[in-house]
Design a protein around this ligand. Structure first.
Ligand SMILES: CC(C)(COP(=O)(O)OP(=O)(O)OC[C@H]1O[C@@H](n2cnc3c(N)ncnc32)[C@H](O)[C@@H]1OP(=O)(O)O)[C@@H](O)C(=O)NCCC(=O)NCCS
Length: 172
């Protein structure tokens, strides 16, 4: 049986991560990024995420030496971590996304985040279900928020997973 493992990305993974990103952007329905992709700029961003380990976690799902998924966790200055992830279309629906989300939650805790947050397109039902299954809640919708290159204005669903439920919350 094929074994998919999740591990920290290394600089040797960066070209595969960029190619995965380009392939998912080319699908045109799932990510914020749009064509054309500036591969060099994107490569630099993924590399910085791999290097800056006290503020970021870059995780890959790999089968043998092949990268089939990626999750990036980026800590903001106010200690909310942002999550972005993608799985190779040929590997979806087999639990790779779930493995990556669990690893991303662990990584966010290790970075000291009190919350993990993301945005997802309303039509991305697989991703929304995946996040809900892992404890995220839908916190709101940004209406007609993101301009797309085809002239459309897309809504975006904000989702969050609170990691620190014990610190005091807001008081009036
Ligand atoms: C969203 C995404 C990351 C999910 O990854 P994935 O590997 O397909 O996720 P999983 O396999 O863990 O779960 C997806 C579905 O497969 C099902 N599944 C998981 N393991 C399974 C298995 N062994 N056999 C059958 N089905 C399985 C899950 O129950 C889930 O079903 P559901 O959608 O009906 O609830 C992936 O679809 C993707 O990369 N999409 C494009 C990029 C994207 O949308 N990124 C997120 C932007 S916010």
């Amino acid at each position: 049986m094929t074994h998919v493992g999740v591990r920290r990305a290394t600089p040797d993974d960066v070209d595969a991560i960029v190619e995965l990103y380009v392939a998912v952007v080319e699908e045109g329905r799932w990510l914020g990024g749009q064509l054309p992709v500036d591969r060099a700029a994107r490569r630099d961003r993924f590399l910085a995420e791999i290097d800056a380990s006290d503020k970021n976690a870059s995780l890959v799902a790999a089968v043998d030496d092949e990268v089939v998924g990626h999750a990036g966790v980026d800590l903001t200055p106010y200690d909310v971590a942002g999550l972005g992830m993608m799985v190779d279309a040929r590997w979806r629906g087999r639990g790779v996304g779930g493995d990556l989300v669990r690893a991303a939650i662990d990584a966010a805790r290790q970075l000291g985040a009190h919350k993990l947050a993301l945005q997802v397109w309303p039509h991305n039902e697989v991703a929304r279900r995946l996040y809900l299954r892992h404890g995220f809640v839908e916190e709101g919708v940004l209406r007609r928020h993101y301009p797309r290159r085809n002239g459309e204005l897309w809504d975006s669903v904000i989702m969050g997973l609170v990691l620190d439920e014990t610190s005091p919350g807001s008081s009036l």
